[in-house]
Ligand binder design. Structure first.
Ligand code: LER
Ligand code: MN
Length: 269
């Protein structure tokens, strides 16, 4: 099993990221812990030097399996479903601007909260149409560069747009792009899926990336999720991607990252 962990290139408000702050020392630490990759949370590619990031990451022998985009929502309010067309266009443009670095590193572009929420005065149906249209545009721009997009079903407490994997699969049908898939997150699935393993199996080859946190959003092993069973279902689909830790930095970032890798490696997938 190839393991990665989420690393933000900038200090961010989102809490479930173990490492924020000085990039190079964090990358070195993650490599020393034995991870195979870093999933980079990048608010805006214009704010980072992609070549320099890649030099640091690849210099440690790490891969970048995915790029997280949610800070453009969390810090700037961009989304595919905002009633303001200029904000929707900016969210699409921002997503497409991740394509060069994604192409260079082989990363999937993750669409989490950049999809937005249903805002006042907007119907759910209208928001879903805007979302599908935005994803079509982003997939079309990414496809010639061999870049894939992964939409993350997110629990009801954060959005009402795509909470579970079934809704995610329906949206993929609507978008109709072969470079669009899903990124399940065990924390969200624990809230939304009737039987996590069955929902994963139903995705077949549409899982492009995978987030792990335990039921309490601490590191895997700190809560009550059945990771042997969940990962057996994941790899049973033929999944060959990374299992990526996105959990609270508790009791502190180093301990959480160390406990996560010790627990997951012991499962021997
Ligand atoms: C991001 O990957 C995530 O899981 C969401 O909870 C972000 O708000
Ligand atoms: Mn997640």
């Amino acid at each position: 099993m190839r393991l990665s962990i989420v690393l933000s290139t900038h200090v961010a408000r989102f809490e479930a990221v173990a490492f924020k702050g000085d990039f190079e020392s964090n990358v070195n630490k993650i490599a020393a812990l034995g991870y195979d990759g870093v999933e980079l949370a990048i608010r805006d590619p214009k704010l980072v030097d992609g070549a320099e990031l890649w030099r640091i990451v690849s210099g440690q022998g790490l891969k970048v399996p995915a790029i997280g985009t949610g800070q453009a929502w969390g810090e700037e309010g961009l989304s595919f479903t905002d009633p303001d067309p200029a904000i929707r266009a900016a969210a699409i443009e921002r997503t497409i601007s991740h394509v060069p670095f994604a192409a260079q590193t082989g990363a999937a572009i993750v669409i989490g909260l950049l999809r937005g929420i249903v805002k006042a005065g907007v119907t759910h149906a209208q928001a879903m149409d805007w979302l599908a249209d935005a994803l079509q545009q982003c997939c079309a721009a990414a496809r010639p560069h061999g870049v894939r997009l992964a939409l993350e079903p997110i629990c009801r407490y954060e959005t009402t747009l795509i909470n579970n994997l079934t809704q995610g699969l329906d949206l993929l049908e609507q978008v109709g792009a072969d470079n669009m898939g899903l990124m399940p997150d065990t924390f969200h699935m624990n809230i939304e899926e009737p039987i996590i393993e069955d929902s994963i199996r139903a995705c077949g080859d549409r899982i492009f990336h995978f987030h792990v946190a335990d039921s309490n959003r601490w590191y895997p092993g700190a809560g009550h999720l059945n990771f042997p069973s969940i990962l057996e279902a994941l790899f049973g689909t033929g999944y060959q991607g990374f299992v990526s830790g996105e959990f609270m930095p508790l009791p502190d970032a180093d301990t959480s990252a160390r406990q996560a890798i010790a627990f997951l490696r012991a499962l021997d997938f």
